[in-house]
Design a protein around this ligand. Structure first.
Ligand SMILES: [Cu+2]
Length: 73
């Protein structure tokens, strides 16, 4: 799961995700950002430059509820 699964940040902030699990995951909002495959201890950083609500998923586990939202204002 994503922890936290929802987050509120300001325009220009960076969000870094770290996979602390042995299972592979992604951090993906199709059309906006995509970490690609992240193995254990893999990380990805994205800087949000536009306001809005960004719904993200793990491409592999969204059907298991692995998803969340980042609100940028
Ligand atoms: Cu996953």
């Amino acid at each position: 799961m994503f922890m936290p699964s929802s987050l509120t940040i300001a325009v220009g902030d960076r969000v870094r995700v770290i996979n602390d699990d042995s299972t592979h995951h992604t951090f993906t909002d199709a059309g906006t950002f995509d970490s690609g495959d992240l193995g254990q201890n893999g990380s990805y950083t994205y800087r949000f430059t536009k306001a809005g609500a960004f719904d993200f998923v793990c491409d592999y586990h969204s059907s298991f509820g692995m998803k969340g939202t980042i609100t940028v204002h």
